[in-house]
Design a protein around this ligand. Sequence first.
Ligand SMILES: [Zn+2]
Length: 174
Amino acid sequence: MHANRPPAPTAPRFDVPEADAFTRPYWEAAGRGRLLIRRCRAAGCGRAHHYPREFCPRCWSEDVVWEAASGRAVLYTWSVVHVNDLPPFGGRLPYTAAVVDLTEGPRMMTEIVGCEEGELRIGMPLAVSFRKLDGELPAGPPPLSVPVFTPCPAPAQGQSSSVVQPLSADGLRR
Ligand SMILES: [Zn+2]
């Protein structure tokens, strides 16, 4: 063993994404409070996808670009997690793991925050928010943040569904 080993790392954590050269724009945008998706520019396709890939999962085209998502989604399904031994999730129990359908089409795994379990409904409108990861993090695009979703009031009748409603004053969007 080398005599100058670095000090033992702090407790491992399992909520920290690893940003590589391809995903760095995604994490940098998340740190600024913007959700990015990928969109195919191939003729006859034009589909958006998530998680980010370097090619279109529909037509395999490599003509795929980053695009700012609206941040609006509806709840597809969820599961309330009561047991998770991987740090730091144990300190967040219970939490709501979910799959949401983004307005742009892609289905995304995420977490629902700011909503009691009894209030969750399939199809309920949601808006993206960002959880800043605290503590000592590996070198990355600070501040490292992960997208989560929170309930969002549905547009009033007669309004365009593309109208972005302001979030309630729950302090989630910073
Ligand atoms: Zn495509």
